[in-house]
Write a protein that binds this ligand. Structure first.
Ligand code: TRP
Length: 330
């Protein structure tokens, strides 16, 4: 079986965007690949180092959502980056062979320097963000990496670093990792802007039915539709956009009803809220399996320790090969 690796940064609660953009795919990909799913807590630290208190808690909460979404610890290795020190070891070696110009021109770098508000990411470490990501991928000799479009430059850089390393040590240690592009289910935030925690326009997977209903009631709809008798424009309506993502089979009928003014925005929102409450039920139900949140956290810790052992076994093997190739003590 070919190997797959992906990761998420534990910087807060997972939301509907993560479900549509990643988790639904992760679940499915377990049938086709030997999967490694990683809590990228070092990557989170690179932007959150001034306020790292939430990283540990988010790591646990995120893994609960992965499990509830059907990521299966019996079939996949679920682990936390900081439990496997070889990530940093390989990161250091890749940093040595990566030309400065390659990291400086990664588009996400300049963008984040400009856009990450309230965080000073003008650090030595942050420049290496995609090099650490390359280490994550190469450490497990992953063939496939499911990512969103924004991550494609990081995959390209990973391949370039691997090629350079192969050239330097005159042998092939790694397969060329390929991106598995998640067909971008574009989901706007509840206010119609880009969905982002920092805008406060997300719906958390573990949100209560009341919270979900309230968020949906406050959603923006088609501004050109003033009266219910006006025909709607589902292509530009955010609520209708959610139907398209979460009701891919049946959304066309709903869109048709909207466009012919048979369905009003109030009904549309009420039914979307109901659908989203049902969709997110597994995330609440999974947490209810435990008597207390501390029991859930303990169970996740136990799973992460198990996962770390499996990840370490692979990581140790790869590092032994890499160190040997560079004349270092293994
Ligand atoms: N940079 C990724 C993101 O922000 C997270 C990540 C870290 C990752 N390491 C990875 C994704 C390795 C895929 C493979 O989404």
């Amino acid at each position: 079986m070919r190997r797959l690796l992906s990761g998420m940064r534990p910087t807060g609660a997972l939301h509907l965007g993560h479900l549509a953009g990643a988790l639904a795919n992760w679940r499915r990909l377990q049938d086709e690949y030997e999967c490694f799913f990683m809590v990228a807590d070092y990557h989170a630290l690179m932007s959150e180092y001034e306020h790292p208190q939430r990283i540990r808690e988010s790591s646990v909460e995120n893994v609960l959502d992965w499990l509830a979404a059907g990521v299966d610890p019996k079939r996949s290795v679920i682990f936390r980056q900081s439990d496997v020190p070889q990530h940093l070891e390989l990161f250091a070696i890749l940093s040595i062979v990566t030309p400065l110009g390659w990291v400086e021109r990664v588009p996400t770098y300049k963008e984040q320097l400009r856009e990450l508000q309230g965080r000073d990411v003008a650090t030595y470490g942050f420049l290496g963000y995609p090099v650490l990501q390359a280490a994550d991928i190469l450490l497990y000799k992953a063939h496939a990496v499911p990512v969103g479009e924004d991550q494609l430059p990081h995959l390209e850089l990973t391949r370039e670093i691997a090629r350079r390393l192969h050239f330097l040590v005159k042998r092939e240690l790694f397969p060329e990792p390929q991106a598995l592009l998640t067909e971008s289910a574009r989901l706007g935030g509840t206010d119609g802007r880009k969905m982002s925690k920092s805008y406060g326009n997300t719906i958390a997977l573990a949100a209560s039915p009341e919270e979900i209903t309230k968020s949906v009631q406050n959603m923006f709809t088609d501004p050109a539709r003033v009266k219910m008798s006006d025909p709607g424009h589902p292509q530009t309506c955010n609520v209708c956009g959610y139907w398209k993502v979460f009701e891919p089979q049946g959304y066309q009928r709903l869109w048709e009803e909207c466009a012919t003014a048979k369905r009003g925005c109030v009904q549309n929102k009420r039914e979307l809220a109901e659908a989203l409450v049902a969709l997110t039920e597994p995330f609440r139900a999974y947490r209810k399996r435990f008597k207390a949140p501390s029991d859930a956290a303990a169970e996740v810790e136990r799973l992460l320790q198990e996962g770390a052992k499996k990840a370490q076994a692979v990581a140790q093997q790869t590092m032994a090969e890499v160190k040997q190739a560079f004349g270092l003590a293994g």
